[in-house]
Design a protein around this ligand. Sequence first.
Ligand SMILES: [Zn+2]
Length: 456
Amino acid sequence: MTTTPPRTVRSAFADYLRSRWDDAVAAGLDPVARLVYRSNLLGADARITNTGGGNTSSKIAATDPLTGKPVPVLWVKGSGGDLRTATRANFASLYLDQVMSLRDMYARFLERGPKTPAEDAMVGMYPHTTFDRNPTPASIDTPLHGFIPHAHVDHLHPVAVMAIAAAADGPALTREVYGDDVIWTDWQRPGFDLGLKLERICREHPNALGVILGGHGLICWADDDRECYERTLALIRRAEDFLNARDDGAPAFGGPRVQPLPEADRRRVLVDVLPWLRGRVSRDATTAAPGGALRQIATVEMRDAVLEFVNSRDAQRLAELGTSCPDHFLRTKIKPLYLDWDPQAEDAAALKSKLEAGLARYRTDYAEYYARHKRADSPAMRRSSPSVILIPGIGLVAWGKSKSESRTTAEFYCAAIGVMHGAERVSRYTALDPQEAFDIEYWLLEDAKLKRLPPE
Ligand SMILES: [Zn+2]
């Protein structure tokens, strides 16, 4: 741990990375409950992983209800579950041998790799490998866990590690931070092929502790569950210590472009603008949802790290690049709406007219993005309104169809700010290629994940 004094919220001492594992608690749990316990501990802090993001697994011996014989079972967090609140019901259970045998089926396809019909066909096979009629659907990350030849696997989206994963020279930084302990692999969307790649990395680097998934996150493993948990924390700590050691005290994001408004003024502007803005954001002519489904709730985030970003010189450029982790932009959309408003020189009326113009421009951009990248079988265009609006001097306003959804969106963009902050400190922040981002945003499987959210 460095001895740099805390400068901002982000560089405060990493108490969130302190191990909270209690052997006395774990000892009283069966192996699946220990997996739930580990998952809840990992999910407890948004800097370790975002709401609903990341997954964990354990390969556990069980008695096969069909034969009465022992079989290895892969327990892996299912689609749509959240680590912090996960219970046993959020984990899929699959016959490990059958999951492994899918490699032979996959190998028989002539064309293989991400976005091929072969890869989609494998997803359709997971339900056939279900152990003990467990109704929890397996996620698209299942092969990432199944093919790694270790008993326990954690896959997370930690802010400090994603800063390395989203840096322009991520591979070199990974070497610098981790030496041979962690292996870099370029961005590839999760799926069967990425699982095979991880299996190969484990074979070629038997002493490696984990892998950085470029533009995405961290995956690591161990044969003991507590060790897996502690290793995840240790690897995040190494990334965080590296970023902190590079903190030379220079202002982040190119320094401030505008000063924050005093809190009372911020509130005054928000009271004036928010109800009006809510009406504007909720009226989205591009999608016709039945039953008033367009009504939006706002969450305003004004913490120091957010103000430092929205007030900065680099905010506009970075916001335009968009977010990097695939989990993030499902919520935050490809990019936020940044407003070029000067809180010292302009008033609330000017803010409103800039919002009006900004929303119109954003919707046009979004429709263009959809038209440019859509494929023959893409789902219809989603709402074209921004889900995050950045206002210099004030903070960020996140939108969702419920309080909880807008709060989660705000949490995701706060994480994205942390990622950009770290990446820009040690390198240059890069976002995902827009076609890759589109393919994730409109991927039928991810679409299914959103559809599983409860109806209005
Ligand atoms: Zn992930």
